[in-house]
Ligand binder design. Structure first.
Ligand SMILES: *Cc1c(COP(=O)(O)O)cnc(C)c1O
Length: 401
């Protein structure tokens, strides 16, 4: 279906030199830009001019380099780097939806997204329906003339459900609704735009940057949509102003060039831990396992060579065991008890009482999010066998096995 596109090749030839032929592009250290004539400035207020910059909240060269590289990676016409993943999500959504409009959202989305949809958007007259997006008929039934967006994560947090992007996009196209996909868990692995999504949002904070040293995000979409976002008089990016600092854009662009290697290693390690945890008889959620409900779907949709990702979850029964396990794993240097993901070290947390605590308990139960669930972002460990032995020891000492 999508095997020929290689997101890594797509950015391989993205060469931008600095002022002195520097192998990395020079970093824009300016909020504003000079013009040789007032007429030229007037012109830029009327329409964007390629390679011409006005003010850094609008665009600056360094953010543009990162944005262009991300567009190539996603196979979208254009992209815009943002100050955070939530800035990317909120600006894309608010650009499309206004008072009286409706959104149909997957019920398993990132906690911040859930809180935005559930608590915040209703203040602006935007109604959000939460649904199990695996059930395409249920999504279809909820679409009406007020629906503007269907929203999902390509691989969902924290239960690792995989969305059927071609099916959802077919439905959205036929009903005139935009499909917005959060691809944070699966950069390079999945290319939702190529599978029919209209807008892809990313938290660059996670895998794409990969060093847990900053917060950033991006919107990837058609040139037309990115123009709308950055319109001086009506763009959500321009007017809400969550612009990424150019020094950060520069460091993220450098890290992006090793993303393909990191994704491969995260996936290899993720698969190893998932298989071995399953062999211990534990309930493991990992889309690389053949018994995962969307294993086949993901295999059909994904780009070749990047594996099934580094995110997995394991149910250890109850929150007391989960807490003991995580405490012991940190002591044994398996990794860190921390939220977030995509770091070079393994990170683990119990989503029920942290990153998904925005979701009410009854809804967490309905979606199978147990209090004993421990989510892992598996790191780049060279000796993953040793790491698994440590995990096994901690599981045993916490009474899980
Ligand atoms: C972290 C995360 C976000 C939010 O990104 P920030 O960079 O923290 O604003 C959105 N979606 C997913 C899936 C995430 O993991």
């Amino acid at each position: 279906m999508n095997t020929k596109f290689d997101p890594s090749n797509a950015i391989q030839d993205f060469l931008v030199f600095g002022e002195f032929g520097d192998v990395n592009p020079s970093i824009t250290d300016s909020s504003t830009f000079t013009f040789l004539s007032p007429e030229r400035m007037e012109e830029l207020f009327e329409h964007e001019i390629e390679g011409c910059f006005l003010y850094s909240r609008h665009w600056n060269p360094t953010n543009k380099f990162l944005s262009d590289a991300l567009a190539r990676m996603e196979g979208s016409e254009a992209a815009q780097a943002k100050a955070s993943g939530m800035a990317a999500i909120s600006s894309a959504i608010i650009q499309i939806c206004g008072n009286g409009d409706e959104i149909i959202s997957s019920r398993t989305v990132y906690g911040g997204t859930y809180a935005l949809f559930k608590n915040f958007l209703p203040r602006f007259g935007i109604k959000v329906h939460f649904v199990d997006v695996q059930n395409i008929d249920a999504v279809s039934e909820l679409i009406n003339e007020r629906t503007k967006v269907v929203y999902c994560e390509s691989i969902s947090n924290p239960l690792l459900d995989v969305s059927d992007i071609p099916a959802l996009s077919g439905l959205c196209r036929s009903r005139g609704v935009k499909l917005v996909v959060d691809n944070t868990f699966s950069p390079m692995m999945l290319s939702p735009i190529r599978l029919g999504a209209d807008v892809v949002v990313h938290s660059l904070t996670k895998y794409i940057n990969g060093t847990s040293d900053c917060v950033a995000g991006a919107v990837c979409a058609s040139s037309d949509f990115i123009h709308q976002l950055t319109d001086i008089n009506s763009g959500a990016s321009m007017l809400f102003g969550a612009v990424l600092d150019s020094t950060r854009a520069a460091s993220i662009l450098k890290n992006l060039h090793s993303l393909h290697l990191r994704m491969r290693q995260h996936s290899q390690n993720g698969m190893f831990i998932a298989e071995n945890l399953q062999k211990l008889g534990l309930r493991v959620y990992y889309p690389g396992l053949p018994d995962h409900p969307q294993h086949k779907l993901l295999t059909e949709m994904m780009n070749e060579g990047y594996g099934y990702g580094g995110m997995l979850a394991v149910d250890v029964g109850d929150s007391a065991r989960a807490n003991q396990l995580m405490t012991r794993m940190q002591e044994e240097k398996v990794g860190y008890l921390a939220v977030s993901l995509g770091y070079f070290k393994t990170l683990f947390s119990a989503p029920g009482h942290s990153t998904s605590s925005e979701i009410p308990e009854d809804e967490r139960k309905a979606m199978g999010l147990s209090d004993g669930l421990v989510r892992f972002s598996v790191g780049l460990d060279n000796d993953i066998g040793l790491s698994f032995e440590r995990i096994k020891l901690c599981l045993s000492e916490s009474g899980v096995i």
